[in-house]
Design a protein. Sequence first.
Length: 444
Amino acid sequence: MRAPWWSTTRGDVTLACAYLALLAACATGAVGLAKLPWLDPANPALPWWGFAAALPGLAGVALRHRSTPAALVLVAASTLGSAALGFSVGVFVFLFELLFSLVLVAGPRGPRWARTLAAGLSAAAVGGTALSGAGLGAVLSSALLAAVALWLPVLWAGDLRLADRLRAAESERADAAAAAASAREQLAVERERQHMAGELHDTVSGHLSAIALQAQAAALTADEAARSRALEQMRAGSVEALEQMRALIEVLQAGRPQPEATGTLADLPALADRARAAGHAVFLEQGHDGAGLAPAAEAAVFRAASEGVTNTLKHAPGSALSLRLTAGPEPGGGRVSKATDTGSWPLVLEVENGPAAVPDSPDAVAANPAAPGSAGNGLGLAQLRSRFEALGGSLAAGPSPSGGWLLRASLPQADAAAPAAPHTSRAGLGSPTTQTLPTEGPAA
């Protein structure tokens, strides 16, 4: 916001030049000279003495915003000098400027000093006129002159000071609003960056890890059928990873909408098959078919299962893997012990793997970069935990009693009905609570 002329040094210099022209014209024409006893009115140099006394005050006007204390001293000196030389125009100009500057630029106590000085000089002028025996007209004229010369600058500068304060407050509010908008924009960018990193990790990293392990299994096995299955899984995973990568690239392009969360509970058998193709014995127990779940909740459960499988492929190759999805109390006292406040049983996913079957040797780690000798950065679990917490659920991961690793995630269900009859993509409908797929051994 641009400052008005009275609040800038350029405005001060312009005003000082205007005063200079006015006072020079008065001195040239000998205008505004009072007849004082100690002055010789016939002296032709008298007007120029008054003009010389005005020069410090003009410098003070030019310095009003740059050096306020010095400006006030110079203006006060010219006021007294002009009064001593009978230069009434100079007295009026510099007394006006002195009061004006006290209110406008002299700090918090300046307005009080200006009002005190204006009140004292007004009382002296009106009282002196009345005590001199002049008539009522002279007293009224003195009061009017005091109002114009003394109180006008005080009131005028007070309005300008208030306007300056309001303008400064508005400028501060505008700056604060701009800073807040910038912070919100940066936060939105950071959140989107984190979200895209999570999406990239969840959708692509799992496929690439599975492909790496499947390639190793295919290279080590002598079973042609097992090698063929591993190659088919690698191709399917590669195609799916490319499709998801293409979708993420489209999101990054301007004007492209963000894709909906992908992955359903119907994809769990395919996820288990991917782990089997990498050489894991997989046990899948699916006790919910996804009926009644919001797409975001169903995708979160699938992402958690995918993360657990991916971490098993990376850090425990060859280990036994168990995926359990339950939506109610298990017979004989299961893991889910009570219903939620809404009366429905929470949906619980557990992904557990045993100890790694691949020896943790330098040769094994060199042959398999994703083996137990490598370490993850925890990004996937952190993203998943945030996703589940946003849906009102929870996620935890840690060592299991069997010496492996256990990932456990739970979500509240929207309805209080009994769990839906589960199904899988391989074996059709099972019992009302769980569907157990046949256990298969390693592909190699």
